[in-house]
Design a protein around this ligand. Structure first.
Ligand SMILES: [Fe+2]
Length: 362
C-alpha cells in the first residue's frame, strides 16, 4: 500500500505573524480563548488591538489539563450567548488550544454532558454545529495547532477523554515565535520536551511513514541542539524561532501517527502524581528508545539518523540530554516503585496510544 500523509491546516510561521489574524478571519467574528495570565502579560490588549471589532469576547478561565468540571459551564454559556460567532481564536499552550477544540464542537442541545457522552463511546460522530478554529501557540511544544485532537480530563473520575474528529482540525495555525520570548524556563523545558516526545513517538510508531519521519528527524535533532542553548539565552529571537519551528515539525510528524508508549505512560503520571505533561511524556524516552531499538531495521535507521548514526549509544545520549535540561529519567525520582513502574508500563502498552508502539512488550 502507498504511504499517505494528510494535514489540512494552513500554517503561517514567523515573527509578527500574529498581525495576519484579521486577514485570516476576513469578515468573521471571533471569540478569543486564552490563559488567565494573558491579560496581565498584555497579550489580550494586543489581540484586542489586532482584532478590533471582529472580537466578540474573551474566555480566559482555562486551566492546565482542561477538565470536565469547569468546561461544562464555559461550554454552555459560549453556545448560548455566542451563536453568531463563527470562529474561535485560541491563544496559548496546549490547554488553551485543547479547550477551544472542546468548545468548537456544538451538541444539538448545547449541553456539555451530551458531548461527554458522545466522547465516552470512543466512536466518531458528526457534530450538530461547529465553529472554525484558528490556533496561535504561545509555547513551542504542544503541536495541538496542527492536529485534530484534544485531551479532556475527568480528574474526579480518574480518566480522560480523547476528542478526535475530522471537524476538529484547526483551519489555520499562526506560529509567531515572538509570542514565546518571555516564557519562563520551566515552560520552555516542558513544552520543548513535549515536542521531542512527539517527534520520537511518531517514529517508534506503527503509523509512521517516510513523510512523518522527515519531519520527526528534523524536529528531534533541532530540539536537542537548541533547547539547552535557549535555556541559557531565553531572550534570543533566533533560538525561539528555531524551537518554534522544531515544535511545529514535531506536530506535523505526529499529526499523522498519533503518539505511542511514552505518552501512554504519561497519562497515569499526570493523573496520579500531577506531573506536567511535558515532563511526564519525556522522562521515559530513553527507556522507550531502548525498547524500540532492534525491533525493525527501517525504524532503527530513522532513529539512528537523529543520533549521528549511532543507535547503540542513543539511549545514553538521550538520558544525558534530559539530565542536562533538569529532567530525571528514573521512575524512582518521581516516587514510583520498581513494581509500580512495571505495572504502569504494562498498562500503558495496553492503552490506545501504547498499541501504536512498535517495540518490546516485556
Ligand atoms: Fe504531548
Amino acid at each position: 500500500m502507498s504511504h499517505r500523509y494528510h494535514n489540512p491546516v494552513a500554517i503561517r510561521f514567523g515573527a509578527g505573524a500574529i498581525g495576519e489574524l484579521p486577514e485570516i478571519l476576513g469578515k468573521r467574528r471571533a471569540m478569543l480563548v486564552t490563559f488567565p495570565e494573558a491579560e496581565g502579560l498584555g497579550l489580550v490588549a494586543k489581540l484586542r488591538a489586532i482584532l478590533g471589532g471582529s472580537l466578540a469576547g474573551v474566555i480566559d478561565r482555562i486551566e492546565p489539563n482542561p477538565d470536565v468540571s469547569y468546561l461544562a459551564s464555559m461550554y454552555e454559556s459560549f453556545w448560548r450567548e455566542h451563536a453568531d460567532v463563527e470562529a474561535i481564536v485560541a491563544v496559548g499552550g496546549g490547554s488553551a488550544i485543547d479547550t477551544a477544540k472542546a468548545l468548537m464542537v456544538g451538541t444539538t442541545t448545547g449541553r456539555f454532558d451530551d458531548l461527554v457522552a458522545l466522547l465516552a463511546t470512543g466512536k466518531p460522530f458528526v457534530p450538530a454545529r461547529i465553529k472554525s478554529l484558528i490556533a496561535v501557540p504561545t509555547t513551542a511544544g504542544t503541536g495541538s495547532e496542527v492536529t485534530p485532537w484534544a485531551t479532556i480530563w475527568d480528574k474526579a473520575a480518574g480518566r480522560k477523554h480523547s476528542l478526535h474528529l475530522p471537524q476538529t482540525w484547526p483551519e489555520a495555525a499562526v506560529v509567531d515565535p515572538d509570542l514565546m520570548l518571555t516564557l519562563p524556563n520551566s515552560v520552555t523545558v516542558q513544552s520543548g520536551l513535549d515536542a521531542l516526545s512527539h517527534a520520537l513517538e511518531s517514529i517508534w510508531n506503527v503509523n509512521a511513514n517516510p513523510i512523518s519521519d522527515t519531519y520527526a528527524i528534523a524536529a528531534a535533532r533541532e530540539v536537542m541542539a537548541t533547547l539547552p542553548r535557549l535555556l541559557r539565552e531565553p531572550g534570543s529571537r533566533e533560538l525561539r524561532s528555531r524551537m518554534a519551528l522544531a515544535a511545529l515539525k514535531a506536530g506535523m510528524a505526529f499529526s499523522n501517527t498519533k503518539t505511542a508508549l511514552a505518552h501512554s505512560i504519561s497519562y497515569e503520571m499526570t493523573l496520579r502524581f500531577g506531573l506536567p505533561h511535558g515532563i511526564a511524556c519525556s522522562f521515559t524516552l530513553p527507556m522507550v528508545l531502548e525498547r524500540a531499538a532492534g525491533t525493525d531495521p527501517g525504524r532503527d535507521a530513522v532513529l539512528a539518523a537523529i543520533f549521528d548514526g549511532d543507535l547503540a549509544t542513543a539511549p545514553r545520549r538521550l538520558a544525558a540530554f534530559l539530565e542536562e535540561v533538569g529532567v530525571k529519567t528514573d521512575f524512582s525520582a518521581y516516587g514510583v516503585t520498581e513494581d509500580d513502574s512495571r505495572r504502569m508500563i504494562a498498562n500503558a502498552l495496553d492503552g490506545v496510544r501504547g498499541k501504536n508502539f512498535i517495540g518490546a512488550r516485556a
